[in-house]
Design a protein around this ligand. Structure first.
Ligand SMILES: Nc1ncnc2c1ncn2[C@@H]1O[C@H](COP(=O)(O)OP(=O)(O)O)[C@@H](O)[C@H]1O
Ligand SMILES: [Mg+2]
Length: 255
């Protein structure tokens, strides 16, 4: 895919982000930018700090040092109220889906609209129908989360993430725990949303098949730093041992 969007200012820019828990430093100075309309895949080992990193992008965590700029605005020092405005621009698909088990599919998807003060029931119905159609879940609106398959739960969560028409969607391990066929559905949806809504996406994963399917560019996080940042083609052309281990699913811990 051509990277025609590189001329405009990045929608997300992270500068020298560090974060620690107690004495354990998790992020050691992460810098990267995400261009409008692209899908950036962030790869890295489990426990490496990918989810922690994502939480900084919507202000759920604040940097120990460094900056997170969204649309050029540094969000590190915003109040909760100011952050609400930022969170309207950025939808997040949490790893566990985080659906409300007591609400049916319709109410789960409508939730952000009601939260933002929408009272017009016709408009809510229209928007929910459109979001469900985007994730191919039309007709399932009365189902309760407990009666959904893993893939359908993810798609419901995705409909909820796009209902406020965010400019950007963050996906935390969207294919984890799903079988390859269902994973393929999710990968196709990530691409569909990019094309139909022109959204910018950041996809955190350790699933190389998914990365190959959705990535315009790849960032590889290793020991709290960005070890590689480039296009999918550059990633595949690289002879870097760390990248090759990832591509081939190799471990050196028990050699
Ligand atoms: N709120 C927290 N308090 C303390 N430690 C945390 C917290 N969140 C994450 N960690 C630790 O930070 C590290 C990175 O976690 P995480 O970002 O979830 O990794 P990944 O998503 O790459 O698998 C792990 O060692 C985890 O235990
Ligand atoms: Mg994680």
């Amino acid at each position: 895919m051509s990277l025609s969007f590189v001329s405009t200012s990045p929608i997300i820019e992270v500068q020298n982000l560090t974060q620690r828990f107690g004495t354990q430093e998790i992020l050691h100075g992460i810098s990267l930018s995400v261009q409008r309309g692209e899908t950036l895949v962030l790869l890295g080992r489990s426990g490496g700090g990918k989810s922690v990193f994502l939480r900084h992008l919507i202000g759920l965590m604040r940097p120990a040092s460094g900056k997170v700029l969204i649309d050029g605005q540094d969000i590190s020092s915003l109040t909760e109220r100011q952050l609400e405005h930022v969170r309207k621009k950025i939808g997040m698909l949490f790893q566990d889906g985080a659906l409300f088990d007591s609400m049916n599919v319709f109410e789960n998807v409508a939730f952000p609209l009601r939260e933002h003060g929408e009272r017009d029931e016709n408009r809510i119905q229209e928007k929910v129908a459109h979001a469900l159609q985007l994730v191919s879940l039309s007709g399932h609106d009365k189902k309760m989360p407990v009666n959904l398959s893993g893939g359908m739960r993810k798609r419901t969560a995705l409909a909820r993430a796009v209902i406020s028409q965010p400019a950007c969607i963050l996906y935390d391990e969207p294919t984890a725990g799903l079988d390859p066929i269902v994973s393929d559905t999710i990968n196709k949806l990530i691409r569909r949303l990019q094309k139909q809504l022109q959204v910018t996406s950041v996809v955190v994963t350790h699933d190389m098949t998914s990365a190959n399917h959705v990535a315009d560019r790849i960032a590889l996080m290793h020991e709290g730093r960005i070890h590689f940042f480039g296009t999918l083609e550059e990633f595949h052309a690289s002879r870097d041992p760390l990248l090759l281990d990832f591509l081939h699913g190799r471990s050196h811990e028990i050699d």
